[in-house]
Design a protein around this ligand. Structure first.
Ligand code: DAH
Length: 344
């Protein structure tokens, strides 16, 4: 094979090889094989020495042309490979917009939050403001100013989580009454409800929880009477347990109210006839209330000869349990979705 034939052979080989290459990396290797320092052309250059001198320039020219042709093959193949890479990418990254989407389950408010919202709506509609107070409270507000002096039995250490001698986890939302009256510089009328968490040193069981929720109410002005309290609580009973409900007040005792009452609602389950929900009585106790004790008004800077008020406090879990027939208070705090999602 003479040198011209050899050159033709190289071109032919190159064309075949290059056409088979599938990656840029392999293409670079093939390029080195043909055009690199130790490639096919270095051999041609060796052979060129043996050509007659007058043929050398001509041969040099065809050699260069051959190199250029091979470079063109490589360039062509490169374009083909790159197009294939893009096509592959497009294929693997295609999104089928006709596939059904993933379904995201929408959560819902916790039942206690729902009850709280319902009661807040009712009271905001009646012109009340919503107040909040801290869960870590001072003894003075949780007890002392609510007419619960140091030796009062309701202050039994058993019931209270003390943090220090005079700080504790509030045992009820009533201290928010104290805070609101103390903070009122003008010592004028107040109309608030205070929802929030409270804590008691109880062993948890079906009806006790060391943490639960209350909603407190306080109205202070110059004319408020027990009948205003009764009308207000009737509205609560109807809102939470249905239009047909009635309420009754029974005398009771709380240090911070005088007189104090326990409020019963006619049973929503049997309509007052007597069933297992109301233990056969037709009535269910739902909250404590009363006229604000003069000692409390005075302790909070109000003139009790001029101002009077009513207050009430209800347990949110209790209302939820009665309304939905829930028999274990711990269900509110154990976050079992099977329970929670029943109240969407
Ligand atoms: N603080 C009382 C409790 O936790 C509930 C209560 C009763 C609140 C009568 C009041 C009230 O405001 O007037 O048991």
């Amino acid at each position: 094979m003479n040198v011209y034939e050899k050159l033709e052979q190289i071109k032919k080989d190159a064309k075949e090889h290059i056409g088979l290459v599938k990656s840029i990396h392999a293409l670079n290797e093939v390029k080195a094989k043909f055009l690199g320092k130790k490639g096919s052309f270095s051999e041609i250059m060796m052979l060129m020495k043996d050509l007659p001198n007058d043929e050398k320039p001509k041969f040099g020219q065809i050699t260069n042309e051959a190199k250029q042709i091979i470079l063109d093959y490589i360039e062509e193949q490169k374009t083909i490979i790159e197009a294939a890479i893009v096509a592959d990418m497009l294929k693997s990254e295609t999104i089928d917009v006709t596939l059904p989407g993933k379904k995201f389950e929408i959560g819902s408010l916790h039942l206690l939050t729902q009850i709280q919202n319902e009661i807040e709506d009712l009271f905001v509609g009646m012109g009340y403001e919503i107040m909040e107070g801290p869960e870590i409270e001072i003894d003075e507000y949780n007890f002392e100013k609510l007419n619960l002096p140091k030796d009062h039995p309701a202050r039994d250490m058993q019931d209270t989580f003390y943090i220090s001698e005079d700080t504790l986890l509030r045992t009820h939302t009533s201290p928010v009454q104290v805070r609101t009256m103390l903070n009122n510089e003008h010592k004028n009328a107040i109309k608030i409800i205070c929802p929030g968490k409270v804590y008691r040193r109880d062993a948890d069981d079906a009806t006790h929880s060391h943490q639960f929720m209350q909603i407190e109410g306080l109205v202070v002005d110059e004319t408020t009477s027990l009948s205003d309290l009764k009308g207000t609580l009737l509205a609560v009973a109807k809102k939470m347990f249905g239009e047909g409900r009635e309420i009754r007040l029974r005398p009771s005792y709380f240090p911070f109210t005088e007189p104090s009452v326990e409020v019963d609602v006619s049973c929503h389950n049997c309509n007052g006839k007597g069933c297992n929900v109301c233990k056969g009585t037709g009535w269910i106790e739902i909250l404590g209330a009363g006229m604000v004790n003069n000692n409390v008004l005075e302790a909070c800077g109000y003139d009790s000869t001029k101002y009077q008020g009513f207050a009430f406090g209800m347990g949110v879990e209790r209302i939820a349990m009665l309304k939905y027939g829930i028999n274990d208070i711990r269900l509110f705090y154990t976050n079992d979705v099977r329970f929670n999602k029943q109240f969407k």
